[in-house]
Design a protein around this ligand. Structure first.
Ligand SMILES: [Zn+2]
Length: 223
C-alpha cells in the first residue's frame, strides 16, 4: 500500500497525521525531532559503555603493575577505547533498524531514569568516602604511632625469635617512651585535608628523605 505523500504515521500511536503536524491529533503527543531521536539512540548505545570504560581502566592499571610500563598500559587503554567506540558506533546504527521510533523513545526514557538513580547513588558513595577520609585525615601523631608500630613489629620479629626474649621488652619500652619526642623534629606534615603527606628526614647525611602518604588509617611509603 502506498502512503500518501502529505501524510505520515504518528511515532507513538501509528495513526496517520499530516506530514507537517508536530502534535498528533489522535494521541496528543509531540512528535520527536530527528535530533531528539538521535539523542535517544545515543542514550541506548552508551548504556553500558560506562561499565566498559571502567573495565578498560582497571585492565590498564593491572597491566601497569604487571609490566611496570606506562607505555604498555596507556597504549592498551587507547586501543581498547577505540574498539569500544567502533563497536558502539555500529551498535547505534543497528538500533535504528531494529526498533521503531516509539520503542527507541521508551527504552531511552527507561535508561535515563535508571542513570539518574545511579548517578545519585554514585555521588552519595563518593561523597561519603570524601567525608570519611576528611574526618579521618591522619595527624602528625597518627603518623608517629604508625612509625612506632612499624619499628616495634620489626624489633619483635628480630628479637622474639626466641620467645619472651627480655631484650625485646627493653627495646619496646625504649620505643614507647623516647621515640615520640625525638621524632617530632624529623617529621614534616603537609595537610591536604583529604590526605596528608609526611616527609621524614633523619638529619643524617647520605640518608635521603622518606615520603609517606597517609589516607584515613593507612600509610604508604612512596619515595
Ligand atoms: Zn499519535
Amino acid at each position: 500500500m502506498q502512503i500518501p505523500t502529505n501524510i505520515k504515521e504518528c511515532q507513538f500511536c501509528n495513526e496517520s497525521i499530516s506530514i507537517n503536524a508536530n502534535l498528533c491529533k489522535h494521541c496528543n503527543r509531540v512528535q520527536l525531532s530527528e535530533a531528539k531521536i538521535k539523542k535517544n539512540i545515543n542514550t541506548i548505545r552508551d548504556d553500558n559503555s560506562g561499565y566498559f570504560s571502567l573495565l578498560i581502566f582497571a585492565i590498564s592499571i593491572f597491566l601497569f603493575y604487571q609490566f611496570e610500563s606506562f607505555y604498555i598500559s596507556i597504549s592498551c587503554f587507547f586501543a581498547l577505547l577505540i574498539i569500544l567506540y567502533s563497536v558502539s558506533f555500529f551498535y547505534g546504527k543497528s538500533i535504528r533498524k531494529k526498533l521503531s521510533i516509539f520503542e527507541i523513545y521508551q527504552e531511552a526514557q527507561k535508561i535515563e531514569k535508571r542513570n539518574n538513580i545511579n548517578s545519585i547513588i554514585f555521588l552519595s558513595i563518593i561523597g561519603s568516602i570524601l567525608v570519611f577520609v576528611f574526618l579521618t585525615n591522619p595527624t602528625k601523631n597518627d603518623f608517629k604511632e604508625y612509625l612506632k608500630s612499624e619499628v616495634k613489629q620489626e624489633v619483635s620479629e628480630q628479637l622474639f625469635a626466641k620467645k619472651n626474649n627480655p631484650i625485646s621488652g627493653i627495646f619496646i619500652d625504649l620505643i614507647n617512651n623516647s621515640m615520640p619526642k625525638e621524632l617530632d623534629n624529623f617529621i614534616q606534615r603537609d595537610n591536604y585535608y583529604f590526605f596528608s603527606v609526611y616527609k621524614f628526614n633523619s638529619g643524617i647525611e647520605n640518608i635521603e628523605t622518606k615520603q609517606f602518604i597517609g589516607v584515613s588509617f593507612v600509610f604508604f611509603n612512596f619515595k
